[in-house]
Design a protein around this ligand. Structure first.
Ligand SMILES: [Zn+2]
Ligand SMILES: [Zn+2]
Length: 147
């Protein structure tokens, strides 16, 4: 891993630990399911304290140079973001997709950043019960899907 500012490292480590502390192993033995707040879209959500980050990274997260301190984020998107090395915010045009199709899963290896259009094609896979393929993007993990 590239050396990063110690503020960033502690921000990443603290939020990684926080996410893990609020997750349980699913019945499939693979997915890590969020047990905290669930939003109306049935995704896990939490609030980030951006004052724990250097100013340039706060601004990159908010999309403005504003002084807003807390940002509400979906936890699967946060989990995948925290897994990036070195740490950086993903392109806002990309969505964090669940390969396992379990909306509350926060396991980074079950998630991928891609366009909303690709993400939408995954809904057909779920309906069909098999992955129709998303080349060059990753295949769905339908064997992980929980009823
Ligand atoms: Zn999963
Ligand atoms: Zn698929």
């Amino acid at each position: 891993m590239m050396a990063q500012d110690s503020n960033i490292c502690s921000f990443v480590d603290n939020y990684k630990q926080f996410l893990i502390s609020k997750a349980i192993l699913a019945e499939n033995g693979e997915c890590l399911l969020w047990t905290g707040y669930i939003d109306p879209g049935r995704y896990g959500k939490t609030s980030l304290d951006l004052h724990k980050l250097p100013y340039d990274l706060r601004a990159a997260c908010l999309g403005t140079a504003g002084s807003k301190r807390f940002k509400s984020v979906r936890v699967h998107r946060l989990a995948l973001t925290l897994a990036r090395e070195p740490f950086s915010w993903p392109d806002r045009s990309l969505v964090a997709s669940h390969l396992c199709h379990n909306k509350t899963c926060i396991l980074a290896t079950h998630l991928t950043f891609e366009s909303n259009a690709i993400n939408n094609t995954r809904k057909s896979c779920l309906r069909m019960g098999r992955c129709l393929g998303h080349h060059p993007y990753k295949d769905c993990m339908l064997n992980m899907h929980l009823p």
